[in-house]
Design a protein around this ligand. Sequence first.
Ligand code: MN
Ligand code: MN
Length: 468
Amino acid sequence: MTQEKKSINKKLEEKLFYKKESSWTEYGPKNQKKIFDFAEKYKDFLGQCKTERLCINYAVSALEKKGFKEIEKCKSLKKGSKVYKDIKGKSLVAAIIGGTAEKISLVGSHVDSPRLDLKPNPLYQNAEVSLFQSHYYGGIKKFHWVNTPLELHGVAFTKDNKEVDIHLGGKPEDPKFIIPDLLPHLAKDQMKKEAAKIIEGEDLNIICGHIPVNDPDIKDKVKFNVLKYLNDEYGLIEEDFICAELEFVPAQQPVDIGFDRAIIAGYGQDDRVCAFTSLMAFLEVQNPVNTAVLYFSDKEETGSNGDTGAESFALLNFTEEILKLMEMDISPFRVLEKSRALSADVTGAMDPTFSSVNDPQNVSFLGKGVSIEKYGGGGGKYSTNDAHAEYMQFIRSLVMNHSIPWQTGENGKIDVGGGGTIAMLMSRYGMDCLDAGPCVLAMHSDCELTSKADVYSAFELYRAFFHN
Ligand code: MN
Ligand code: MN
């Protein structure tokens, strides 16, 4: 074969083959500072907003600073109006009315992450310590949650109806909480168990106190002092745990990983990486063609049920309210049907050590850009919205036109496992929808990993999407 022939084939190969470079290469050194600066803002958010309520608070104050008004307080809306609806402090919808109000560009993510909630009557003492019984929330490997310092966030109500916000463990000087694992010396039987049973649900007991009250008349002396602390500090009594939502989450702050600091490690990146990037993109939107809608859902990790989950009618209600305030005689169902959406959620990244669970040709890699997935779910494509080729093409054109690094993949080999997102719930209305977000290593662990380049490209995709 001649040299000339080779180079013709080489050129043809470049044209024909699907190949994805690292987005670090695509972005080049000139964009690195921008990507790293954005990551710092994201890490700050991630470290502050470790529960769904904290995420909503953060978003509401960011929106209000940009002139968004609560929809309940608006008498009318017009093109350019900026409104939001806080749904019980755990979910949120916000809109910027576009030129064509009857069509929406929607980016929806979820702000809940796996965690440990308290049982309704959680406090007891044993072996000279006081403990809380917890009830885990979402899909976790329970053994991740032992020996890791925890912080506490939540709300409780006193009998006389006072709302008490509790945040403890987030500051470096704060005390933390912990679930101690069994010492290896005595773990012979534990180590023979299958991994799912090494630590079981009922073993997730969190140490919260140790000093006993010095009084022979009191039976549970350590528990007494914990209750006394809670009463002195917050005015709470034991019965108030029944009217409370107290969540324990890893106390570790987000950190950079590696000599080059290109990876972020932190709790709750599923799916707060998409919540943050879509919020930042949304805050930049000006004069959108379609009405731009940002949606933060709750309860995704437990199936999207309930009044703050994506299975609720939050989007429908909000759309109906907008149309009414605009005096538009059109059904909210019709508007949602004609709309288009991104289900902004993460996917599993190719694991460098446990690579056998992935098909190397159909998996997302850290650092190859925002992952755009036609479907999620599991098995024979159950529990997903399988996006249409037409819509995949629409989104491909969008990322191409904006030179946004992107990739695609499936979350694991067929029949190995799977996982759902809110895509299938948003698409119920008839709107086009696909999944798009950064890929994550060690997903659903207490310390998840993302590439700063992917975080940035997700932001760029959501921004471009809102503007189109
Ligand atoms: Mn998710
Ligand atoms: Mn998840």
